[in-house]
Design a protein around this ligand. Sequence first.
Ligand code: PAF
Length: 286
Amino acid sequence: MSSVPSLPIVRTVANLRAQVAAWKEAGERVGLVPTMGALHEGHLSLIRLALAHADRVVASLFVNPAQFGPNEDLAAYPRDEAGDAALLAAAGCHLLYAPGVGEMYPQGFATTVMVRGVSEPMDGAARPGHFAGVATVVAKLLLQSGPDLAVFGEKDYQQLQVIRRLVCDLDIPVQIIGGPTARAEDGLALSSRNAYLTPDQRRAAPELNAALQEAAARLRAGEPVAAVETAARARLTAAGFARVDYVEARRPDDLGRLGPGPIEGPARLLAAALLGRARLIDNVPV
Ligand code: PAF
């Protein structure tokens, strides 16, 4: 007879802190994996990475209204707490923290965490207020749970660098670990928003990664940054992407701009483009 593992769920900061404190008193290392739910293999790979570094793993599930713009997909964002809890339990996660909006942002809440510099270009420019919403909720999640480590996906590479900056600047005592991007066989980065793609759009979507891989190879071969970025944008437009928000080669740590000529050291190539209703993002190291 097989048994389905179940997952304890807490919804308040007080209950979360009590459980984490009990584990720490027992000498256990605690890892946190923040999510907005609609979990897929990418999230589960982050849970497994956290389990490799910690004795206990907490996943949080909170669709954070503060990081969605007024015309974005907050209302449509896929939600399936029971399905997510089953996947987390099967992956070996120990606790789900699923607060309501009133627990995260109680009456009178008035604080915003803004990370200058690294959060300003690319998604920061295309989605005003997005990274302030992310930084605020991530600071809260880290302070609420007090983990030894927290794992975030490299798919959201700019977000990862914003979080590294915020943890360093606010002296939050936690190790931040980046998890490699999980991909479908055709190279498309796994994302909850891939659910918005029609079958035709799904067939076109791997072009985003293909364009980045081609651009990375051209940069490695010494071609100038400006020409490579322009060619990648043209490839995405030709593939049917309705709007290309950016294709940019940046410094890997602070995401500062590179000169227009050939790269002189490591870089990160990042892109965001709209395909139908889905705004897809991806990035690759160079
Ligand atoms: O990457 C996400 O899913 C979200 O931005 C995060 C880090 C859980 C904050 O809401």
